[in-house]
Write a protein that binds this ligand. Structure first.
Ligand code: NAD
Length: 358
């Protein structure tokens, strides 16, 4: 059975890292006869330049017909003056909404070889393995009404609406509970129920659902405390469940515990397990075109794609082992370089991973 994988290189370092991830995917596809059909389309600023929209119809059609999508990154200063609805980042919001990719999984996993790259003491982070489950298609990023209005006194006022329905909370909480069952069986739900009504409902619904998952230990934390606990004692967490806004911030914080945003993959899935896989970082315009971007977050996103959307867990495991082996060889892109390791560029790092595939 052939499966369609759509590649969306995007902007900035996107094309550089997707080129390497595609080489790896093709090597695996050939070696393991995975039957994957790769195709490519535009998203973000490059799509706006070529087709007048950050999420053109041609890309939407290809995305809807795919089993899984691998994205580089979108955005950059070049499109700063483009009107909001046509900005590169809008392409990302549009594809997430179009495919109803409501569940965003962001692991913060620290490879032991990189414990020294973290800004925290190695003993606090060595062995760190957190999974953040963030709701991605609701909450304040999408809530209406929103806008900037002029008040009767002439002053301008900006406003957004944070809104979650019970069904939206239930479906993301189910993902959190089920993933916790497959991991350390601990789920920490993060909210601001002492101040925000929308998250009071969140807490009530998650608490009700806990009865269906007696094997999972549920804890609730306010978001300000969760942000502190992540730097004080990060290893206390197994799965963190939260909404769109808090998840955006906490997942970047967790990312930095691992030392480099260049190491972190992510998955965004809908109910039929179709997924968009992408590194957590952005398009890094400051290093684009230099051949020095770390391709490992994208390569690890390929592993997540094989595991969650394509049901190829063995192939996913082999990628993760190959990344670890490449790090064991002492190879590092500049973002994770230390005095006792060897500096390599984007393509050389990918070469090392491909060489170490079993
Ligand atoms: P960024 O993640 O692009 O960069 C932050 C810092 O991390 C930069 O110093 C960059 O050089 C470095 N970095 C990022 N990825 C790296 C990699 N693979 N290897 C080595 N170093 C890496 O975040 P930013 O600078 O805030 O945003 C730049 C652009 O990316 C903006 O237009 C933003 O809107 C967009 N963005 C896109 C996404 C996405 O496509 N999912 C996510 C975040 C930001």
């Amino acid at each position: 059975m052939s499966r369609n994988v759509l590649l969306l290189p995007g902007d900035g370092i996107g094309p550089e890292i997707i080129e390497q991830a595609a080489r790896l995917l093709e090597a695996l596809n050939h070696r393991r006869s995975l039957g994957l059909q790769l195709s490519q389309a535009r998203l973000g600023g490059s799509a706006y330049d070529a087709e007048g929209s950050p999420y053109p119809d041609s890309t939407a059609q290809a995305a809807r017909n795919s089993d899984a999508i691998l994205l580089g990154a979108v955005g950059g200063p070049r499109w700063a003056d483009v009107e909001r609805q046509l900005r590169p980042e809008q392409g990302l919001l549009n594809i997430r909404a179009d495919l109803d990719l409501f569940a965003n999984l962001r692991p913060a996993l620290l490879f032991p070889q990189l414990a020294n790259a973290s800004s925290l003491k190695p003993e606090l982070v060595a062995g760190l393995d957190i999974l953040i489950v963030r709701e991605l298609t609701g909450g304040i990023y999408f809530g209406e009404p929103r806008g900037i209005r002029t008040l009767p006194n002439g002053e301008r006022q900006g406003y957004n609406t944070d809104v979650y329905s019970e069904s939206e909370i239930r479906r993301i909480a189910r993902v959190g509970f089920e993933l916790a069952q497959k991991r350390g069986r601990r789920l920490c739900s993060v909210d601001k129920a002492n101040v925000l009504d929308v998250t009071l409902l969140w807490r009530e619904v998650v608490t009700e659902m806990a009865a269906d998952y007696p094997d999972v230990e549920l804890e609730h934390l306010y978001v300000d405390n969760a942000a502190m606990q992540l730097v004080i004692k990060p290893k206390q967490f197994d799965v963190i469940l939260t909404g769109n806004l808090f998840g955006d911030i906490l997942s970047d914080e967790a990312a930095m515990l691992t030392g480099s945003i260049g190491m972190l993959p992510s998955a965004s899935m809908n109910e039929s397990r179709q997924g968009l896989y992408e590194p957590c970082h952005g398009s890094a315009p400051d290093i684009a075109g230099q051949g020095i971007a770390n391709p490992l977050a994208t390569i690890l996103s390929v592993a997540m794609m094989l595991r969650y959307s394509l049901n190829e867990a063995d192939a996913a495991d082999s990628i993760e082992r190959a990344v670890s082996a490449a790090l064991d060889e002492g190879l590092r892109t500049p973002d994770i370089l230390t005095s006792d390791t060897t500096r390599v560029g984007t393509a050389e790092m990918a070469d090392a991973v491909i060489r170490n595939l079993d």
